[in-house]
Ligand binder design. Structure first.
Ligand SMILES: C[S@@+](CC[C@H](N)C(=O)[O-])C[C@H]1O[C@@H](n2cnc3c(N)ncnc32)[C@H](O)[C@@H]1O
Length: 353
């Protein structure tokens, strides 16, 4: 039988971070909510956490202080476990879940996305896509419900682990991302210069940055040119700096100035740029200092996007040190977030005051 397990003051969440970063997402929960009881569902990546706080309070606090490493979380207010169903059998959870969903008064007539995931050792032996089809079939009787992939009003999230299945229905904004597990995907374009471009596309979507509204950008550590190509496509004038060469396809752009130099040896006009981006592969603290020295060229109110490489076992401490350097240089951090397309790094979104 299905069970509702989120009686206040507890709430249970299926939480996802980039691979290897789940311990930091757990640490963020501990710092914010105190005691956390958690179990890994996919090692290093997905875990289920019980917090001694109501779901409403968790959502409120997360909105006020968005986490860095938590990529996605959904309230698991429905749970099924083999242990509670006689130990052995895996049968019956789909029917039980469908029954619960058919009784959910929020779903009839709404645009609904079903997002399913599973672990490798999952009790569901088919694919996640087959799980989704099976569930959709089970709730096809919902009157007037339109099943969609994007722009849903409600998202049904399901995670099938080894001995248990977790599910919940939520507004997209309450899951931190409206993508399944926060894994936002972009189509690779023909002739795309680097995958790094996905980071700016994701920053645009996630932080709501209107890149096309800027006029002139400085791109530090620009080669081979994924970010520069993105900014040129958005119509900006771009000054790109790198000791390495830019991709030849960019060099004919009339809006591009390329300086093949070390970024510590360049000079600009004061307030020349309204956007500064930096994706330099270098020590994060030295990068922060180097960027700070170039901030005279960013107009007050200008935006900066900087990736911070986490070449350390203590990323939280490092991130705070880097943020301190930027704050001393009159930058206000709007968001610090490990994007899905960030590997061993996070992205800082800042505004100069
Ligand atoms: C990860 S790549 C940047 C990728 C780029 N954002 C893209 O979209 O293609 C990092 C770049 O930083 C450059 N870099 C590292 N230190 C630098 C420095 N002191 N001055 C200029 N460029 C530097 C490297 O040469 C390298 O091309």
């Amino acid at each position: 039988m299905a069970k509702h397990s989120s009686e206040p003051p507890h709430s249970k969440w299926v939480c996802t971070a980039n691979h290897g970063f789940a311990p930091y997402a757990q640490e963020e929960l501990r710092r914010e909510f105190g005691s956390v009881k958690s179990t890994m569902l996919i090692p290093g990546e997905v875990f289920v956490a019980t917090l001694q706080v109501t779901a409403e309070d968790v959502l409120h606090q997360i909105e006020a202080k968005p986490p860095i490493f938590m990529r996605h979380m959904f309230l698991a207010d429905w749970e099924w476990s083999t242990e509670e169903h006689g130990g052995g059998g895996n049968e019956g959870w789909e029917e039980a879940l469908s029954k619960m969903l058919l009784a959910d008064f929020r779903l009839p007539g709404a645009r609904v996305a079903i997002q399913t995931r599973k672990s490798e050792d999952s009790l569901w032996s088919g694919t996640a896509a087959e799980m989704k089809d099976k569930l959709q079939e089970g709730i096809s009787k919902l009157e007037g419900t339109e099943f969609v992939v994007r722009d849903a009003e409600w998202i049904i999230s399901v995670f099938a682990g080894k001995g248990s299945v977790f599910a919940g229905v939520a507004r997209p904004q309450d899951n931190l991302s409206d993508w399944n597990g926060g894994a936002i995907r972009f189509q690779k374009e023909e002739g795309q210069i680097s995958r790094a471009k996905f980071k700016l596309l994701e920053a645009e979507a996630n932080f709501g940055i209107p890149f096309a509204s800027f006029h002139e950008a400085l791109d530090i550590g620009a080669a081979p040119g994924g970010w520069t190509s993105f900014l040129l496509e958005r119509g900006l004038k771009v000054t790109a700096i790198d000791t390495a060469k830019l991709h030849p396809s960019l060099l004919s752009s009339p809006k591009l100035t390329f300086l093949q130099r070390n970024a510590d040896s360049v000079k600009f006009k004061e307030n020349q740029f309204d956007l500064l981006v930096c994706d330099m592969s270098w020590s994060p603290k030295l990068t922060a200092r180097l960027v700070s020295q170039l901030l005279y060229a960013l107009v007050p109110g200008g935006t900066a996007i900087v990736t911070v490489k986490l070449l350390t076992k203590k990323p939280m401490a490092l991130i705070h040190e880097v943020i301190d350097i930027f704050e001393d240089a009159r930058m206000q951090v709007q968001r610090a977030k490990q994007l899905f397309h960030n590997r061993d790094e996070i992205t800082l979104y800042m505004i100069k005051y």
